[in-house]
Design a binder for this molecule. Structure first.
Ligand SMILES: Nc1ncnc2c1ncn2[C@@H]1O[C@H](COP(=O)(O)OP(=O)(O)OP(=O)(O)O)[C@@H](O)[C@H]1O
Ligand SMILES: [Mg+2]
Length: 177
């Protein structure tokens, strides 16, 4: 989470260089490369059927309407042992609504080895089911009072005001995995 241009997609892209069996919903259609690009539900189903037993694959779904995101989440509910990445995830859920299949993944995906990560600008714009179940929240620069309030509810912010301003680590590594 974090405001525009603070490195959410950059971090997610870095993480997926180390994941296997990866399904990416590239909402804006311009953030990810290095995988098989699909643009409609039929192509998604057809390619997934071909690779579903492979140890490694990357599928990048680039939607042009609502049909592909819906098919993407439905397919993920039937997958096992996959990493799912959802760019601009607040496009598919909000404080009071969520795609039914996305809701299922967030609640029960763990049982089937489904891990999901999402990028969104505003903490308060993501459905609570997501934030309530997540192992990990990375908060980049956030300034909107309701988002800050929401984040402080489940992060230890002691001493935060004493931290030096964040500097890009141009040549660093994320060191998360
Ligand atoms: N750790 C980093 N070191 C150097 N540059 C970075 C780092 N993280 C991000 N950037 C640069 O900052 C710019 C914005 O990053 P990115 O697209 O990841 O932001 P974002 O949070 O996904 O933004 P948006 O909300 O608009 O999608 C990019 O040009 C990227 O190369
Ligand atoms: Mg981004």
């Amino acid at each position: 989470m974090g405001r525009k241009g603070t490195g959410k997609t950059t971090l997610a892209r870095d993480l997926v260089t180390r994941t296997k069996r990866t399904l990416i919903l590239d909402t804006l259609g311009r953030d990810y490369g290095g995988g098989c690009v699909v643009r409609d539900p039929a192509a998604l189903a057809e390619y997934y059927a071909r690779v579903r037993h492979c140890a490694d694959f990357t599928i990048i779904a680039r939607p042009t309407g609502d049909a592909l995101p819906t098919a993407f989440f439905q397919l993920c509910t039937k997958a096992e042992g996959v990493w799912v990445v959802v760019e601009e995830c607040d496009r598919y859920c909000g404080p009071s609504q969520i795609e039914p299949s996305l809701y299922w993944i967030l609640n029960y995906g763990r049982q089937f080895g489904i891990s999901i990560m999402g990028c969104a600008r505003r903490a308060a714009s993501v459905n609570r089911t997501w934030t309530a179940n997540c192992d990990w929240i990375v908060a980049h620069q956030t300034q909107e009072p309701r988002d800050l309030q929401y984040l402080t509810n489940f992060m230890d912010t002691t001493g935060l005001e004493k931290l030096a301003p964040f500097q890009w680590r141009r040549w660093g590594t994320s060191g998360i995995f």
